[in-house]
Design a protein around this ligand. Structure first.
Ligand code: SAM
Length: 222
């Protein structure tokens, strides 16, 4: 679902208070040129992620689902010079584009793009003692959303912020759709969050250049 007015308003917001710079613009252009799908967060959503990371005082960020590194760049810019961001990407071609985009943005010293299925990389991160992460952004294959939230919790501390993208599924999230694994996975994730006493959460719908969508935002309780 799209609406020209949503796009016009998003462009107004972005142009006035959340402009993308050359490195971000080039990251999107090179992602498109390399044939990656145009499913990165919108600029004002990238800025939201960056502000949340800054408000959180994040020093250690985990991202699940890199694509061309666009949201990665927004998030990594919230980190101090000695901060760290690990981003997990299944597709080696996406990871290569992301690494180049991240290097051009001057963030390759603090960002690691790890290639492979996230459900293989997450236990490795645990074994390496990579956590706890201060913020986890989940934006990969939606069928695995319950597993990703479970891993985010394992790699968290009290106060960790967990964000899950694309939870609206064009409004179909509100009823079961057994034929759609992305909806089933996302609904199972909502059930998990509802049952989990260590998570305090909300979710909200958004409209904009990316159409009709929404985010889940959770905090690990003290
Ligand atoms: N966060 C990115 C942004 O806003 O710029 C967009 C990420 S895109 C929506 C989802 C990415 O997750 C794709 O690049 C896809 O290849 C990756 N992905 C899909 N399944 C995955 C898996 N099992 N493990 C890791 N990454 C996966």
């Amino acid at each position: 679902m799209t609406n020209p007015q949503w796009t016009e308003v998003d462009e107004y917001f972005t142009d006035t208070i959340a402009p993308a710079d050359d490195a971000l613009t080039a990251a999107l252009a090179d992602s498109t040129a390399a044939g990656l799908p145009e499913i990165a967060v919108a600029p004002n959503q990238g800025k939201l992620l960056q502000l949340l990371a800054r408000m959180q005082g994040a020093r250690n960020i985990l991202e699940i689902g890199t694509l061309g590194g666009y949201s990665t760049i927004w998030l990594a810019r919230a980190l101090p010079a000695d901060g760290r961001l690990v981003t997990l990407e299944y597709d080696p071609a996406h990871a290569d584009v992301a690494r180049a985009n991240i290097a051009r943005a001057g963030l390759d010293k603090i960002v690691e793009v790890r290639t492979g299925a996230a459900l293989d990389s997450l236990p490795q991160l645990e074994a390496e003692g990579a956590g706890p992460f201060d913020l986890v952004f989940i934006d990969a294959d939606k069928v695995n959303n319950p597993h990703y939230v479970t891993w985010a919790l394992k790699l968290s501390r009290p106060g960790t912020v967990i964000i899950v993208d694309n939870v609206v599924r064009n409004g179909r999230i509100a009823t079961p759709h057994p034929d759609d694994p992305a909806i089933t996975g996302t609904r199972d994730m909502f059930d998990l969050v509802a049952r989990e006493p260590r998570l305090d959460a909300t979710a909200f719908q958004t409209v904009g250049t990316k159409g009709y969508d929404g985010l889940l935002l959770a905090r690990v309780t003290d």
